[in-house]
Design a protein around this ligand. Structure first.
Ligand SMILES: CC(C)(COP(=O)([O-])OP(=O)([O-])OC[C@H]1O[C@@H](n2cnc3c(N)ncnc32)[C@H](O)[C@@H]1OP(=O)([O-])[O-])[C@@H](O)C(=O)NCCC(=O)NCCSC(=O)C[C@@](C)(O)CC(=O)[O-]
Length: 324
């Protein structure tokens, strides 16, 4: 916990990832008895939600979703008010076949306005393909876990940092903003030391912030991305808000997981995150009622039920939209 807390102060533009070990929630468990005003006093008034469902969600669902459905989903998400949607990844189609239609998705969303569409690029090849497809910002994704790095991108942490360094340099030449994910832990490897996380996060920070000052304004926020494997994701989000983090990743209907982290469940359901944030009186600009139609739409296509408790609960009540 202290490692995470310190990181949030030092590394403002590194996205930290945790496979739901519940550390933050446990730490803050003792704080819930404090008066509610004290709990909320540092929480920012506006929370930016990054909807990762079309990428992180669909990469790990059972069925391959047709491109047209993905594009309609992305359009529905943008119309619901999300400022940032991760549409896809420029990774090997052999490794992630569910996203093999990357180029077609990018072509089809080119004219959708109102949101930013960062795409994942694991190497220079992916970066170049992303730029050729019209991507305006990219995401690199390193890991603090050696075994996750090998399973996910088939190389060691050190090699991945070299590879991402090349992407960062290429991006700087084109003034393309680079966001970074730093995966904190991996179920099969267990706890990763805070110093190891700090090392990888600092390397990434140096790569995209200090050597990349022109685009600094778009990467100056620490964000969190929680899976809900142990049911701790909302607690972790609340605890993150409490230390001033105001950007949260989530996936509609709790879709997805990571193809290379066996046992990791889907991301926290966006509907549940929005419901909690609304309840706290925080603004997100997301129209929950409209957005729930997107969840319904994609779940029908996937032939699965929603992983959002909010969706399940609200489907049983008939509260007016203004009360959601
Ligand atoms: C990184 C590689 C490509 C290395 O894969 P590799 O097999 O080591 O690469 P290689 O250089 O030996 O190339 C093998 C083949 O892939 C091709 N290739 C090489 N690079 C690319 C590329 N960019 N795009 C398309 N094709 C590519 C390359 O051209 C070649 O094609 P072939 O000659 O066999 O026909 C592979 O391991 C890979 O694609 N991994 C997928 C990683 C991934 O997408 N994981 C899921 C996302 S991470 C995640 O979900 C976690 C996160 C971020 O959400 C945080 C969280 O949830 O906690």
């Amino acid at each position: 916990m202290f490692g995470f807390h310190n990181l949030s102060r030092q590394m403002r533009n590194v996205l930290l990832y945790e496979y739901d070990k519940g550390t933050l929630a446990r730490f803050y468990g003792g704080i819930f008895s404090l008066p509610i005003l004290q709990l909320l006093k540092d929480i920012p008034g506006f929370v930016k939600i990054v909807e990762v469902g079309p990428r992180d969600g669909l990469q790990n669902e059972k069925h391959i979703v047709p491109t047209a459905v993905k594009v309609q989903l992305i359009q529905m998400l943008v119309s619901s008010g999300f400022p940032i949607v991760e549409p896809t990844s420029f990774v090997s189609p052999k490794w992630v076949p569910k996203l093999a239609d990357t180029k077609d998705v990018m072509d089809a969303i080119r004219n959708i306005e109102g949101a930013r569409f960062p795409v994942l690029t694991p190497n220079l090849k992916g970066f170049e393909a992303a730029i050729a497809s019209g991507a305006k910002e990219v995401v690199i994704f390193a890991s603090a876990s050696e075994s996750f790095s090998k399973s996910n991108i088939n190389c060691s942490i050190e090699d991945s940092l070299v590879c991402y360094g090349e992407v960062a340099i290429a991006a700087r030449k084109l003034l393309i903003p680079v966001h970074t994910y730093c995966v904190l832990c991996f179920p099969v490897e267990g706890k990763i030391s805070p110093s190891q996380v700090a090392y990888v996060a600092k390397e990434l920070y140096d790569m995209v912030a200090q050597k990349f000052l022109l685009c600094h304004s778009t990467t100056d926020t620490l964000a969190v991305h929680f899976h809900d494997t142990y049911g701790q994701a909302l607690s972790n989000i609340l605890a993150s808000l409490q230390i001033g983090i105001s950007t949260v990743d989530s996936s509609l209907s709790g879709l997805g997981g990571c193809p290379y982290a066996k046992g990791a469940s889907g991301n926290v359901a966006t509907e549940d995150a929005v419901y909690m944030l609304n309840g706290l009186g925080l603004k997100t600009h997301v129209d929950l009622k409209k957005f729930m139609l997107a969840g319904d739409f994609i779940c029908k296509h996937l032939g699965r039920s929603s992983g959002s408790k909010t969706t399940v609960a609200l489907s049983k009540v008939t509260a007016p939209a203004s009360k959601l």
